[in-house]
Design a protein around this ligand. Structure first.
Ligand code: HEC
Ligand code: HEC
Length: 429
């Protein structure tokens, strides 16, 4: 049981029942238990019987814009199921108001509600909303469980991740592309208040990142590795050349000494992983092989520019660079000339990006090095250029790290990175 809430308001709306057997996404698994309240922000408002969709406390001045009418005149919040048809919930007769408008009163009382939307008042405090009702009863104290934390790992401020089979993935990974490694990325805390102020790369509203390195994936798809505790980490499944086939769109943490397991990218929520012996479980955990210089803290001038200086600027510099492409590290706007030339040639994830290349569930191969026609052509051969393995790893690591430029949101440190200087690391690492 849950609350179907708005994206731009407090967590209140219509109460729904989930049936995971009916589907994974979309409306199929949902049954609305409170037909009197529409889904906020996505359905039209209903009259709350007390002065219209906006209630007596917020009389509309003139006709309401269409978007405003999508806010329900009354809402439910924090349901607690007693059965599939009967539950306790908080209910308010005040309309839900979306941001950025001022806070509405939203006065909540506690009700007993049934699946037909009938409600019986249990308790209402005239001065204070009553939320998160929970029936309680005396019961014996449960036994204390022994700690599962591994002391040696805890002392090293590390934990381990175990992955059973990378190939169990939704959406499916391409069948003809074996996964040979995982890249481990750290997502940086945002230390300035607004998205894009300042930008960390071309991608609109991109979170900052840095790259810890890679660990091997066994032929059967399993992996087992140590990783630092207390850092928000995400994983990329890499092909034999070290390019990301799929990217994790969320983060996970280890506590010191914690040992966490997962299944691929990922198993369906309604499935259990099969019990089986896998290769990575029969050996000691891998240690992360560090990414090239310039990946942590992340810095395009340190990660990518050395490759361009060694192999490209001989043709791509001066007043008439070949192809009209300047690949020097000279500052140009918020970035450098080479970054402004190369970053648009990498399909990066961005808020509002085309072809589904944005934060929600992404299809494999739409993103980063494998989706970049420029990098594919460079690999196939360009003007006799020969790059060694480390140079390719630098280019692929950069492209897969969302083609970022900066590894910090701090404006002073960004200026230093733009000039090619090293910074100690992002604040609040
Ligand atoms: C390269 C593919 C891939 C790998 C490998 C992967 N994940 Fe994920 N993970 C994802 C994607 C994609 C999402 C976001 C799914 C979504 O939001 O629908 C995700 C989400 C998560 C979440 C957030 C879940 C939530 O409800 O917000 C956690 C926690 C997580 N993964 C942990 C792990 C752990 C632990 C491992 C193995 C050590 C792992 N992941 C390996 C792709 C991957
Ligand atoms: C020997 C000279 C030479 C070297 C070295 C060289 N290029 Fe080029 N590059 C060219 C020429 C000539 C063109 C224009 C013709 C073309 O597009 O192939 C070009 C075009 C390009 C373009 C534009 C392609 C397009 O489709 O618009 C890019 C991007 C590029 N080079 C990147 C690089 C990178 C990255 C390197 C180093 C890894 C590099 N080049 C090394 C000669 C060179």
């Amino acid at each position: 049981m849950g609350t179907a809430a708005a994206h731009h308001a407090m967590t209140a709306g219509s109460v729904v029942l989930f049936d995971a057997r009916a589907g994974y996404d979309g409306l199929e698994p949902l049954e609305r238990l409170t037909p009197d309240v529409p889904f906020p922000e996505s359905e039209s408002a209903v009259d709350n019987g007390a002065g219209g969709a906006w209630g007596p406390t917020s009389p509309p001045a003139g006709p309401l814009p269409a978007a405003a009418q999508r806010w329900p005149g009354s809402t439910y919040k924090s349901p607690y199921p007693l059965s599939e048809r009967l539950f306790i919930a908080s209910f308010s007769y005040d309309p839900l108001i979306g941001e950025p408008n001022r806070n509405p009163p939203n006065q909540y009382g506690l009700y007993l509600v049934d699946a037909a939307g009938r409600r019986e008042l249990l308790y209402r405090d005239p001065n204070l909303s009553s939320l998160w009702a929970m029936p309680i009863a005396p019961r014996p104290t449960p036994p204390a469980l022994p700690s599962q934390l591994q002391p040696t790992l805890a002392a090293a401020d590390e934990g381990t991740y175990f992955m059973q089979d990378v190939h169990r993935a939704w959406p499916p990974l391409p069948a003809d592309t074996p996964i040979r490694a995982l890249r481990i990325l750290q997502v940086l805390p945002k230390t300035t208040p607004h998205a894009n102020q300042p930008y960390v790369g071309l991608a609109n509203a991109s979170p900052g990142k840095q790259v810890l390195g890679t660990v091997p994936v066994e032929a059967d798809g399993s992996a087992y590795f140590r990783a630092p505790a207390r850092l928000p980490l995400a994983f990329q499944a890499l092909d034999a050349e070290g390019r990301a086939v799929q990217t994790m769109r969320s983060i996970t943490y280890l506590q010191p000494g914690e040992q966490v397991g997962c299944v691929g990218c990922h198993e369906q929520r309604t499935e259990a992983a099969p019990a089986r012996q896998v290769a990575a479980a029969r050996r000691a955990p891998s240690v992360i092989r560090p990414a090239p210089d310039g990946a942590r803290p992340f810095s395009y001038p340190l990660l990518v520019q050395p490759v361009l200086d060694a192999s490209c600027v001989s043709c791509h510099s001066g007043p008439t660079p070949d192809g009209g492409v300047d690949l020097t590290g000279r500052p140009d706007g918020h970035y450098t000339a080479s970054y402004n030339a190369l970053a648009p040639r990498v399909p990066y994830t961005a808020w509002g990006a085309p072809e589904g290349n944005w934060e929600p569930l992404a299809p494999p191969d739409k993103f980063g090095a494998r989706a970049s026609a420029f990098l594919t052509q460079l690999r196939a051969g360009h003007e006799g250029v020969v790059l060694d393995d480390e140079a390719w790893e630098r280019l692929y690591t950069w492209a897969d790290a969302n083609a970022l430029f900066y590894g910090t949101f701090e404006p002073a440190d960004q200026l230093r990175q733009q000039a090619g200087e090293r910074i100690a690391g992002p604040a609040l690492e």
